[in-house]
Design a protein around this ligand. Sequence first.
Ligand code: HAM
Length: 424
Amino acid sequence: MARAKITSVRGVKDILPEESPRWQRVEALARETFARYGYSEIRVPVFERTELFARSIGEETDIVNKEMYTFNDKGGESLTLRPEATASMCRAYVQHALYSQPGVAKLFCIGPMFRYERPQAGRLRQFHQIDAEAFGSLDPAVDAEVIVMLADFLSAAGLKDLSLQINNLGDAECRPAYARALQEFLRKETTNLGPEVQERVERNPLRFLDSKDPDHRAIIARAPTIDLHWNENCQKHLGAVCDRLKGAGIRFEVNPRLVRGLDYYCLTVFEVTSRNLGAQNAVCGGGRYDGLVEELGGPPTPAIGFAIGMERLLQLIGGEADESAAPASPLDAFLVPLGEKAAAEAFALAGELRKGGLRVDLAFGGGSMKSQMRRADRSGARYVLVLGEDEIAKGTVSLRDMRESRQEELPRAEALSKLLAGRR
Ligand code: HAM
């Protein structure tokens, strides 16, 4: 009886060979763009101590409350697959004292993130982010530079029709006053919404603003907004960011209702959305988190960054890039050995050609000349090298140019130099 197939987990996808080139191009573009702004790559682990995410993203957030892949390892330690990279990058920044280097530390990270969300179009349980973070400056010019870099990357990736929204979530002085005003409003408005909602309003009223529930959204639409509470510092900061962005020719909108699903933010927050993505319309989100490094045991270090969702980005880039793409890895040569002795020689010859920098494959497992030639044809290789008993006896190889449909028998060394001379 045939055994049952094992499929991948819900909300988790394979990136197949024909899709990989698009991923590689986008990653290469991010690396090139970010390098022009002085960013270096950091690779942080895919799992961390659970406490790291609980302490940074916030105990009351949906991410920490409902969406983390948390497990005890065999030593009984609670670990979590990273739901985002900012917390890990801050942890690494503190652990390796990256703050001891002068200037702004600019880091980026590319890789998979894990959230136990309900899978739907644009929402996965394993997804990928391109994440950039700048540590060590309060200067609003850094906020602007981060956003300009993001816009630069998105436009180089060919994305159009995006909308950039910016808000200022207040600082340590004015945010508590706003939270109190919001709490007062919500206490009155949520009396019929059950104890769970009311507890949330008591513990962290700002988190109510994330709710997707239509009844809650109606209340949120009437709730006081942060702009009524901005102090001079926040107004100046936002004004300076906006001025720089206008100067750089970036189109954006200030939206005092923009909130983010993570607790660590202060001052500038922003989101890039697209009309072409459906319900999950955010391509990128980010903002300042001036207290987080200190919260994780480091020195007081203001910081700001963003993360782009790669699946959503690729969805927007669409099929165009695919059509223009070269085949995943075109072969230069395909070897067809006829007989066992030829198979051993072909194996060695393939090695020599590869050492010379060529992309080479060979027919394994024997078979008739006809079936091997069919394999050679399907491989898409420019040249096919046939090694039969005759060729072995004479020390030659039959070299067939598949593009020109021409075949010639050449001494082995000559065939080798011909192929190597034509290499890309
Ligand atoms: P985030 O808004 O939670 O922010 O995620 C950033 C982006 O990741 C989203 O805009 C979206 O494109 C993508 N994304 C999030 N969840 C999913 C999912 N389940 N499936 C597919 N794509 C998803 C953060 O993660 C912050 N760490 C951003 C940041 C960096 N803030 C400061 N620095």
